[in-house]
Design a protein around this ligand. Structure first.
Ligand code: SAH
Length: 346
């Protein structure tokens, strides 16, 4: 039975479901059943555009480890590693900096685990962050991971907020303002948003950030969170569906499109800070990569392969230019109390 049919029966039997549940079921099906990345897939990510992204990420982590006094027992941890491209590039760059940590991947998709196994020889997989190694500092990377986690949508209605739910009409799913819910936990500057405003909250994302922060406090290390989103909590419906590199209707064919929301960095930062880590940034991806030396890396790659110079320059621009990924994408770091600030986030 298709996911559409399963959701239709579920809603017919027990009523409309919250948007967050719809997103969770759709994305679990979507990622479990395909490799969505690259030119022939649905979307492309920074590490798939150029090796420079993973290399600079690896160097940033190795530099933080070096300035922390080169502690033993380090693990490289990646959340939602896709095809394993970022990890492969980061680990190569870290090896050059004398760091070769064991690799721990948090990944639920069997299809993508198979891809990762091809690119990364010896890794351990985890269904969630709870089973990561309990000892030794963690160097954590998450690129375009948090945007795929389910978000609840709250709708401003009258004096309070309702949780947006999904009903079914024919072969189409339709969102509607559902049950009233308390809004007291919302940040002050969004609590009084005008009638009809939509606010997205992701308890799933906040829970993972809290667990990571607790681990960093106990074990040491840093985490780099890269995603598209806003630096401050803001009202707005950012749920979007992408398929074949084009926007699609998020309410049609759940599980066949990539569903994402903008990441609320203010909310994630607050969740992390409450656990005792330092939060750096967010800064724009363009500023971060530039501070880490992407201009010099692009020039070196082009000098080594003149025939590819144009392609390398195009990738450089795509990763850093404000009208491309440079500004919408942001980087936030979490640092354990005794660890230095990762480079590029000032
Ligand atoms: N970081 C990669 C892939 C981004 S796509 C890149 O930049 O290319 C999102 C990734 O997160 C995929 O690997 C997907 O399978 C994984 N993912 C999505 N939801 C997840 C969840 N709840 N738990 C673990 N992994 C998840």
């Amino acid at each position: 039975m298709s996911l559409t049919e399963r959701l239709r029966r579920l809603i017919a039997a027990s009523g409309p479901i919250p948007v967050g549940e719809y997103m969770a079921l759709a994305n679990a099906h979507y990622y479990a059943t395909r490799d969505p990345l690259g030119a022939g897939g649905d979307f492309t990510t920074a590490p798939e555009i150029s090796q420079m992204f993973g290399e600079l990420t690896g160097l940033c982590l190795a530099d933080a480890w070096d300035r922390a006094g080169r502690p033993e027992g380090i693990s490289y941890v990646e959340l939602g590693p896709g095809r394993g491209t970022l990890a492969a590039d980061a680990l190569r760059a870290m090896r050059a900096a004398e760091l070769s940590p064991p690799v721990e991947l948090v990944e639920t998709s069997p299809t993508l685990r198979a891809q990762q196994a091809e690119r990364l020889p010896a890794v351990r997989w985890h269904d969630d962050v709870a089973t990561l190694p309990e000892a030794g500092p963690l160097l954590v990377v998450a690129n375009e991971f948090f945007d795929a986690l389910p978000a609840r949508q709250l709708v401003r209605a009258g004096e309070g907020w309702h949780e947006r739910v999904v009903d079914v009409e024919g072969d189409r799913f339709v969102p509607e303002a559902g049950r009233p819910m308390p809004g007291s936990a919302l940040p002050a500057h969004v609590r009084e948003a005008p009638e009809g405003s939509i606010l997205e909250v992701s308890p799933a994302a906040a829970a993972i950030v809290r667990q990571l922060a607790q681990r960093l406090v106990r074990q040491g290390g840093v985490a780099l969170i890269v995603d598209y989103g806003h630096a401050r909590t803001a009202a707005g419906d950012t749920l979007q569906a992408v398929r074949g590199h084009l926007y699609a209707d998020p309410w049609m064919e759940p599980g066949e499109n990539d569903l994402t929301v903008h990441v609320d960095f203010e909310a994630l930062g607050a969740a992390a800070e409450a656990e005792g880590v330092r939060v750096l940034g967010p800064v724009t991806q363009g500023a971060w990569l530039t501070a880490l030396g992407i201009d010099a890396r692009a020039a070196a790659l082009a000098a080594a392969a003149p025939a590819r110079a144009e392609e390398i320059e195009a990738a450089h621009a795509r990763l850093t230019a404000p009208e491309q990924m440079g500004t919408l994408f942001k980087v936030m770091a979490l640092a354990a109390p005794a660890w230095p600030d990762p480079a590029g986030l000032a």
